[in-house]
Design a protein around this ligand. Structure first.
Ligand code: OGA
Ligand code: NI
Length: 376
């Protein structure tokens, strides 16, 4: 994500299976309590579109919960008579879990496979080819970011990612690589499909809050999309304890839509413990970002998550980050405020939020505290 960048020279003794290059990367701090799940390689053998019933339990809000961790929402429900029930489910998921797994999102299985293969091809290109896209400037419209060592915390953050703006696509596509040759076509198609799903979801999430149409339009007109192909190399067994794919953080987005491959690694902080979110084929993972927490006056909670690595299998994911335009007012709209829901945040723009985030270098939703009424 476009967060505070650091220049760190990798002089570490840590052995990894990939390049050790100077890196400019996210500054995210590992929360004090760090529980690495010992079963993170035990991915259950699930069939193509089947979700094993035994791994799904229903919670007190009637949400189906996958592996004790995260709700599963059927987005198909938004397009028919189950719309209002589905909106309630989405609102519960954002309120109590900070996100959900999304099935029937309308992105074809073929396209999911194609984007993953294209990303894999990209990260398997020779280092000099990938490094042509390397940039230390976090404002560049496309850039490769590499793993880095945080000497202060003595940890290595191993994610390599290709980050780029993606909406409107015609403004950015010519900056994208042509190696692999499928890149522009497949990535365009995926970003457009992901954005379509994001807009449908956001309308539902805002409706679930009770927002008026004009407040919804104000946010959705002019929003942006930033995307990232993420690569997590395998890690030597002896260094697993010192290596993260990504340290614990929340995303400075409205929502983040994540397509994981079949290798586990993503974990969410739930009741003080790190819990793995095991992937389900053809199912996306949606996180509430800080911006949505602010807009919703804290009714929806942004999700603290991290990525752990393993010594056996590389892992890939594709992230689509939905964010508002710089001048969007980020305070909650009036209709969300009443005696039971007093205003928590003052009005501020996304640009102010972003600038403050950079100054503060905080890894999580504590970034929003600067905009609390009580902080005035
Ligand atoms: C991110 C992120 C998780 C993953 O890109 O912000 O948290 O599984 N990604 O790649
Ligand atoms: Ni994230």
């Amino acid at each position: 994500m476009r967060v505070q960048s650091l220049i760190i020279t990798l002089t570490s003794h840590i052995r990894i299976h990939r390049i050790n290059s100077p890196a400019f990367q996210i500054l995210v701090m590992a929360p004090a309590k760090s529980v690495v799940a010992d079963d993170h390689l035990a991915f259950p053998a699930v069939g193509k579109d089947t979700i094993p019933v035994s791994n799904v339990k229903t919670d007190m809000y009637g949400l189906e919960i996958w592996e004790g961790a995260f709700p599963i929402i059927d987005m198909g429900g938004l397009h028919g008579p189950r719309r209002s029930d589905t909106i309630k489910q989405l609102a519960h998921a954002c309120q109590h879990y900070g996100g959900f797994m999304l099935k029937n999102h309308g992105i074809s299985e073929k396209l999911l496979g194609d984007i993953m293969s294209t990303a894999r091809e990209f990260f398997h290109l020779p280092e000099e080819e990938r490094m042509k896209l390397y940039s230390p400037d976090p404002t560049s419209l496309i850039r490769l970011a590499t793993g880095f060592k945080d000497d202060k915390q003595n940890v290595f953050v191993s994610r390599e990612s290709l980050k780029f703006h993606a909406h409107p696509i015609e403004k950015y596509v010519n900056l994208w690589p042509t190696n692999p040759s499928s890149y522009r076509e497949v990535v365009s198609e995926y970003c457009v499909a992901a954005k379509r799903a994001e807009i449908t979801l956001l309308e539902a999430l805002f409706e679930g809050l009770g927002m008026e149409r004009k407040s919804i339009d104000q946010i959705l007109d002019n929003h942006g999309q930033y995307a990232s192909l993420n690569y997590y190399p395998t890690c030597d067994k002896s260094n697993i304890g010192l290596t993260f794919g990504l340290r614990g953080h929340t995303d400075p987005t409205i929502i983040t839509m994540l397509l994981p491959d079949e290798v586990p690694g993503l974990e969410i902080l739930k009741d003080g413990d790190w819990v793995p979110v095991k992937p389900i084929p053809n199912t996306l993972i949606v996180h509430v970002g800080d911006v949505l927490q602010g807009l919703s006056n804290c009714r929806y909670k942004s999700l603290l998550h991290r990525v752990i690595v393993n010594s056996e299998t590389e892992r890939l994911s594709i992230a689509s980050y939905c964010y508002p335009s710089n001048d969007t007012q980020m305070g909650p709209p009036k209709e969300l405020i009443d005696d039971d829901h007093p205003l928590i945040y003052k009005d501020y723009t996304y640009e102010e939020f972003y600038t403050t985030m950079w100054k503060q270098r905080l890894p999580d939703a504590a970034r929003l505290n600067a905009f609390k009424i009580s902080a005035a």
